[in-house]
Design a protein around this ligand. Structure first.
Ligand code: PPS
Length: 570
């Protein structure tokens, strides 16, 4: 392992200016280059300013960055596994001379800090991905972030905090490292085990943390991440309400809940080490590392990015150097015969064990199925059910696409009436013609305008879906890529059913209800879909309906049956 240094002897940095210096800095910031922070950068900045990332005093310059990538240490030898960088556009970097002070603002323009730019460099992103995440595979969320979202130039330098980032939620649970340490001191907690989590806690987690604290003869800090976690995770509002419920299941005065505004990278072993250093800064003496700590799942070949106990092994190899003790834990499983949880490795071979995976839990929530009490606390499940209602209570969008005259609007209208007949749901019809009279009245039929039109429809439908309503959209929507964007927008919020109304052009043209095909053929309308403008057939719609020999009534009926089979109506 070579020579090493103890991590900064526990000294907690506080990078906030105080007194008159704050006002002076605000005045100065009016005339210096200003950078609007991304969500990730704002999380990192908060952790830097309040000392959670001690001993760092700013975003990393090139020397520390390279040292961290190569051997998980800062230039001065202190252990630090994660690059903490401020990525900016080339344009912004070009406007900033080295030595200049810049302003860092949140998305509302509030000045959070200033920074002396001491270093400006273009990272080799692939090398960074390989060094930090052990992979350049974009199935890793942090690799994807690096490639798609991180800007191309990194600025590093000393920070001067002006104002802590504002949080409107759960104020009573947000504490800086100094405040957590103060609370521990006040309560006389000398030994504290920290538990890191980005998921709702169920009985297994409660058992695991309780055992860890008992075995270490320590108190417990439940320290969930509320900054950024893995895309697709349960939102932190729901999770925090769940944690508050779980808190009642520990003996009084033994356990504390505090929220961590960290932006996770899902870097497995390196991340575990980072998490431990952070908890040391919060005054904890012990840190729980379970199975697959901060693991991002599987790569694009279906292989896990990290082994289940890689994080524990890495932590172990730095045990002498870390001022915080790892509490390794194996998977907890429920042993039915004993009606209790046990670490998997302590269970005798052949014993009947019960487990519910995350995927299975989501399925049960989606379908409104029972979730047993041995698995979780009823109060936690009730919280989860509030934000994860069963499908029949979720919103959905039926997105019709097809040529003019294919029957989209007629089927959409028939479907609306059938859904109204079933009752209990709010329905909005976003028909092509109606939308063009209201939402998109200024738009024409160029590709650019059509795309804008569809994206507006998609946005409105996504809001309706998110709020539990039903959106029926019936535009031509001729371009696959734009339809894909709409799907991506809506699918995470509820149901999405693409219906290709695939009535052939000849049939649409022979119907010519609005006389537009005749005009297009005569050259009186230019750029008419199907005549002299493209229509890209959907490759894989949920349904394809040809109305040549099908009544609107039957077509709408088929869609109702499909929605029933998907669980969105019952
Ligand atoms: S798009 O491409 O999705 O934005 O089109 P959309 O908003 O659905 O079009 C609505 C109606 O506009 C009429 N119309 C045209 N359609 C296609 N191409 C051209 N150039 C055009 N000009 C006017 C047409 O009647 C569309 O209505 P539907 O209900 O599809 O017949």
């Amino acid at each position: 392992m070579g020579a090493f240094k103890k991590p900064h002897g526990g000294e907690l940095k506080n990078l906030y200016l105080t007194g008159q210096a704050v006002e002076a800095e605000k005045t100065r910031a009016r005339d210096i280059p200003s950078w609007d922070l991304s969500m990730r950068q704002l999380c990192d900045l908060e952790m830097l300013l309040n000392g959670a990332f001690s001993p760092l005093e700013g975003f990393m310059g090139v020397a520390d960055y390279n040292a961290v990538l190569e051997n998980m240490r800062l230039v001065d030898g202190v252990l630090w596994p994660m690059p903490i960088t401020l990525d900016v556009t080339e344009k912004f970097a070009d406007s900033v001379e080295p030595g200049v002070r810049i302003a860092l603002r949140d998305h509302e323009g509030v000045l959070i800090a200033t920074m002396d730019v001491e270093s400006s460099f273009c990272p080799d992103k692939k090398a960074e991905a390989l060094a930090v995440f052990g992979s350049a595979d974009e199935a890793h969320p942090a690799v994807r972030y690096l490639n798609d979202q991180a800007n191309d130039v990194y600025l590093g330098g000393r920070l001067y905090g002006v104002e802590a980032p504002n949080h409107y939620d759960f104020k009573h649970l947000r504490d800086s490292p100094a405040q957590v340490r103060e609370r521990f001191a006040k309560l006389g907690w000398r030994r504290v085990v920290a538990f890191q989590t980005r998921n709702p806690m169920h009985r297994a987690h409660q058992e695991l943390t309780f055992r860890a604290a008992k075995e270490m003869e320590a108190n417990l800090l439940i320290h969930p991440v509320v900054g950024m976690t893995k895309p697709g995770d349960v939102d932190h509002f729901t999770r925090v309400r769940c944690y508050e419920q779980v808190l009642h299941h520990y003996p009084d005065q033994t356990t504390m809940l505090s929220l961590l505004p960290l932006a996770m990278r899902m870097a497995g072993p390196r991340e575990a080490l980072w998490h431990a250093l952070i908890r040391k800064n919060y005054g904890c003496t012990h840190f729980i590392v379970g199975r697959d700590h901060a693991g991002p799942g599987v790569d694009s070949n279906g292989k896990p990015f990290y082994g289940p106990y890689d994080a524990q092994e890495l932590m172990q190899s730095y045990a002498d150097e870390l001022d915080i003790t790892m509490v390794p834990f194996k998977n907890m499983v429920y042993v039915e015969d004993r009606a209790e949880y046990q670490p998997q490795d302590e269970v005798a071979e052949g014993t009947e064990i019960l487990q519910i995976s995350g995927t299975e839990l989501r399925r049960r929530l989606r379908e409104g199925l029972e979730i047993p009490e041995w698995f979780s606390f009823p109060e936690v499940i009730a919280e989860l059910r509030k934000t994860h209602p069963p499908r029949y209570r979720q919103g959905f969008t039926v997105f019709f696409t097809g040529l003019s005259g294919s029957g989209k609007s007629t089927i959409a209208n028939a479907l609306m009436v059938k859904l109204l007949e079933l009752g209990g749901r709010q329905i909005t019809l976003l028909d092509g013609d109606i939308v063009r009279k209201n939402l998109s009245s200024e738009l024409g039929f160029s590709k650019e305008h059509r795309d804008l039109n569809i994206l507006r429809i998609g946005y409105v439908a996504s809001e309706i879906t998110k709020n539990g309503g039903i959106a029926l959209c019936a535009p031509i929507a001729p371009y696959s890529a734009t339809r894909r964007l709409v799907r991506d927008l809506i699918e995470p919020l509820g149901g999405f059913l693409e219906v290709h109304v695939a009535t052939p052009l000849e049939v649409c043209e022979s119907r010519d209800r609005k006389g537009l095909y005749a005009k297009a053929r005569a050259g009186l309308i230019k750029g008419f879909t199907g005549i002299d403008d493209p229509y890209e057939d959907p490759d894989d719609p949920e349904m394809r309906i040809d109305t040549t020999n099908l009544t609107p009534d039957l077509a709408a009926h088929r869609i109702v049956i499909k929605l029933e089979s998907m669980g969105f109506i019952r």
